[in-house]
Design a protein around this ligand. Structure first.
Ligand code: UD1
Ligand code: CA
Length: 494
């Protein structure tokens, strides 16, 4: 039944109450602009054509719509002289041979709109054979909306705007959501007959209802129970309220799909995120963009993951990540910073205070503590010692470091890229690795340790340090040092 549909999305309005340099319909909710949500909902109807009417800030709005829906037709309304005028401009932007079937009019600022609701509404409209159908809603406070006026038989006779309503009409609680469906032929004949003789001096699209009745045509009004779906955001407070509502709907959806969400109040999930059954989300988590989390993974507490891929059974704790891939059974955090291009293998580990970027870390490989891993490849089963810096930037260009399979590097190393540490190789603590290490070799670069005996007693006489050294006695002098060239004092070997 649903074919031959043209959708007109009105998005020319100013949105002055947002007080923003960003056009109102471009403000995001759940990872998508408000108009992006509307375009996604109307696309569920598989319309032949979508026409978007743009006006205010169209230099932002038009390219955004084109990006979201490349085959959308853009119609420009220079001055916002009413919804009837806006639809007329959209209609006239279509070639006459495309003006047929059913026409659905929606607004660009209703981010909770669902395709299913539109489908049911258009079905109802088509089955009545009416000239116009109204997606209506019964609300507690109808102030500001157009009221749906019915006669004694219950047939719809008109929509009356707030400013034009009598007290009796204003008391009606059934409102026009703004979403209307038309028979194209009727719309074609009605648009030129809409006048602007009303309280606002605007061309009201809603006047088509009385025009249809005058022509003896049927008008239907179909109340949508879930009125929030057609609610628009006009200021930042309404934007926040709708964002929270959208978020709770997304969370309820995932909980129904078998995801455990411990604290819905502090969990935010974007509309394009995908979660498997038996994922657990702990408090304070934001899953953003196109993040995908596989079965049995546990995320949180306190993570922000954008466009990440989390493998089966992985654990991610207090982590900020973007464009990172975490393998099955891997462990990340707490306090890890995963930058784009991080790819951690199965059962791998990125631990506390570790920053990674453009780093392929193999299966079972570990970077457990306090490190920076940039532009690197770490082989499977390798272990990177605490406090290791992959020095990838020489001040001019970035270079790569390769650490081989099952290599074990020691604490406080610096790998000066480009450099390769071979398979099964090792390094000593505090090494600065500038030259390639052959497979299986131990590389040690720090100088031999030297002792300047009784240095504290001689150079820090009178301090608690010297007193402590004195109290420990001279027997404690170790044999670890070697005699080397003295620098202002003579070192003593043991
Ligand atoms: C409109 C309806 C009202 C309905 C309400 C629901 C009319 C005359 N009134 O009233 O019955 O209850 O929406 O929210 O239709 N727009 C344009 N160009 C224009 C005017 C508006 O693109 O010249 C767009 C706006 O950007 C907005 C939408 O159309 O997205 C609605 O316009 P708005 O001025 O908010 O209409 P209301 O007075 O609220
Ligand atoms: Ca409005």
């Amino acid at each position: 039944m649903l074919n031959d549909i043209t959708v007109i999305v009105l998005a020319a309005g100013g949105g002055t109450r947002m007080k923003s340099k960003t056009a109102k319909v471009l403000h995001p909710i759940a990872g998508r602009s408000m108009v992006g949500h509307v375009l996604a909902a109307v696309s569920a109807l598989e319309p032949a054509t979508v026409v978007a009417v743009v006006g205010h800030q169209r230099e932002q709005v038009a390219p955004h719509i084109q990006e979201q829906l490349p085959n959308a037709v853009l119609a420009v309304q220079e001055e916002q002289s009413g919804t009837g005028h806006a639809v007329r401009i959209a209609w006239e932007s279509l070639s006459p041979e495309d003006r047929h079937g059913t026409v659905l009019v929606a607004y660009g600022d209703t981010p909770l709109l669902e395709g299913d609701s539109l489908r049911q509404f258009v079905n109802a409209h088509v089955s009545t054979g009416g000239a116009v159908s109204i997606l209506s809603g019964v609300v507690e406070d109808p102030f500001g909306y157009g009221r749906v006026i019915r006669d004694e038989q219950g047939s719809v006779t008109a929509i009356v705007e707030q400013k034009d309503a009598t007290d009796e009409q204003a008391a009606v609680s059934e409102i026009n959501s703004g979403i209307l469906a038309f028979d194209a032929e009727f719309l074609d004949s009605a648009l030129p007959r809409i006048g602007n003789d009303n309280a606002k001096g605007e061309y009201y699209l809603t006047d088509t209802v009385a025009l249809a009745r005058a022509a003896g045509r049927t008008v239907g009004a179909f109340p949508l129970d879930d009125v929030l779906q057609t609610e628009g955001a006009n200021d930042r407070a309404q934007l926040a309220a709708l964002a929270r509502e959208k978020n709770s709907r997304i969370l309820r959806h995932w909980m129904a799909e078998g995801v455990t969400i411990i604290d819905p109040a502090t969990t935010w999930i974007d509309v394009d995120v995908t979660l498997a059954a038996d994922v657990t989300v702990l408090p304070g988590v934001q899953l953003l963009g196109t993040t995908v989390v596989a079965e049995d993974a546990v995320v949180g507490p306190d993570c922000t993951l954008k466009d990440c891929e989390i493998g089966v059974g992985a654990k991610v704790v207090r982590t900020h990540g973007e464009l990172a891939v975490i393998g099955a059974g891997a462990s990340v955090g707490p306090f890890s910073f995963l930058r784009p291009g991080t790819d951690l293998g199965a059962k791998g580990k990125i631990g506390a205070f570790v920053e990674t970027k453009n780093a392929q870390i193999g299966d079972g490989a570990k970077v457990p503590h306090l490190s920076y891993v940039g532009d690197a490849e770490i082989g499977e089963g390798a272990n990177i010692g605490a406090g290791t810096i992959f020095a990838n930037y020489d001040g001019v260009a970035k270079h790569r470091t390769v650490v081989g399979r099952h290599a074990k590097t020691a604490s406080n190393n610096t790998f000066v890229a480009p450099v390769t540490i071979g398979d099964g190789a090792a390094t000593g603590a505090g090494s600065v690795i500038r030259k390639d290490v052959p497979p299986g070799a131990l590389a040690v670069s720090s100088g031999p340790q030297r002792h300047y005996d009784a240095w504290a007693q001689r150079k820090r006489a009178g301090t608690e340090q010297a007193a402590a050294a004195e109290a420990a006695g001279t027997d404690a002098v170790s044999d670890a040092g070697e005699v080397g060239p003295g620098v202002g004092d003579e070192p003593v070997g043991g």
